[in-house]
Design a protein around this ligand. Structure first.
Ligand code: DX5
Ligand code: ZN
Length: 228
């Protein structure tokens, strides 16, 4: 799996896919870098989605690496099940555990990439003592639970803060953003520091999913050209 932080990686969220035809929808997003798999427990967030059995089925249906986003109250207990199911990246919420280092270490020991997520109201400073131990930081740009919400603009400031924290610590985890991402705002999101863009409705509500992925990627990469 690539950890090239200069590339813009696209992760379509299957939350917005046609779940009764998921295998066909997965084929239409084969040009993506990750399949974003949203796990919601009806407790950490007010919605319920997929479990480890579904993740194993997705793994069997696609060669695209799976990025599991655990919006659950008990990552300490449930992470092993998602690792066993074959997740390539497992991202847990910092707000959901008192033992973030232990959870991150458990993920890495299994050979997967460890990601830590923060909700819109969680300040970036909370990442200070975990950032050295993860492969990915996920900045939520909506309050998690549902697809199709509006991007919260203060997320851009948070992305810049994460980027600064990474350079202070001399680490370069992937910086992922999730919620309300589209071709229209991808450039400014990447300019602020993100290099993994999750997109649910912007990909799966498009007629041509491959074209939507390419358009979001191109918009994100144009921010890299601004920097160069
Ligand atoms: C929200 C989920 C997202 C969601 C994004 O709680 O974590 O991954 O699918 O959907 P869009 O891209 O439609 O905002
Ligand atoms: Zn997500």
């Amino acid at each position: 799996m690539s950890l090239d932080t200069r590339k813009i990686l696209i992760a379509p969220s299957i939350l917005s896919a046609d779940l009764a035809n998921l295998s066909a929808d997965l084929k239409q997003v084969e040009t993506a870098d990750y399949v974003h798999f949203d796990v919601m427990d009806g407790h950490f967030v007010p919605n319920l989605t997929f479990g480890p059995g579904m993740l194993a089925a997705v793994k069997a249906a696609t060669d695209v690496p799976v990025d599991a986003h655990l919006m659950i109250s008990n990552p300490d207990e449930m992470v092993p099940a998602y690792l066993e199911a074959g997740a390539d990246i497992v991202t847990f919420h910092l707000e959901a555990t008192n033992h973030a280092n232990r959870v991150a270490a458990m993920i890495r020991e299994h050979g997967a990439k460890a990601g830590v997520a923060i909700n819109p109201a969680t300040p970036v400073i909370m990442l200070e003592d975990i950032i050295d131990y993860v492969d990915l930081v996920l900045v939520m740009s909506v309050n998690p639970g549902f697809g199709g919400q509006k991007f919260i603009p203060t997320s851009l400031k948070k992305l810049r803060q994460v980027k600064h924290m990474c350079s202070d610590h001399r680490v370069s985890p992937l910086i992922e953003v999730d919620g309300g991402v589209s071709e229209k705002n991808a450039e400014k999101i990447c300019h602020a520091g993100a290099n993994v863009l999750v997109a649910g409705s912007a990909v799966f509500h498009a007629d041509d999913r491959a074209k939507a992925i390419a358009a979001i990627r191109a918009a994100g990469e144009s921010a890299n050209q601004l920097k160069a």
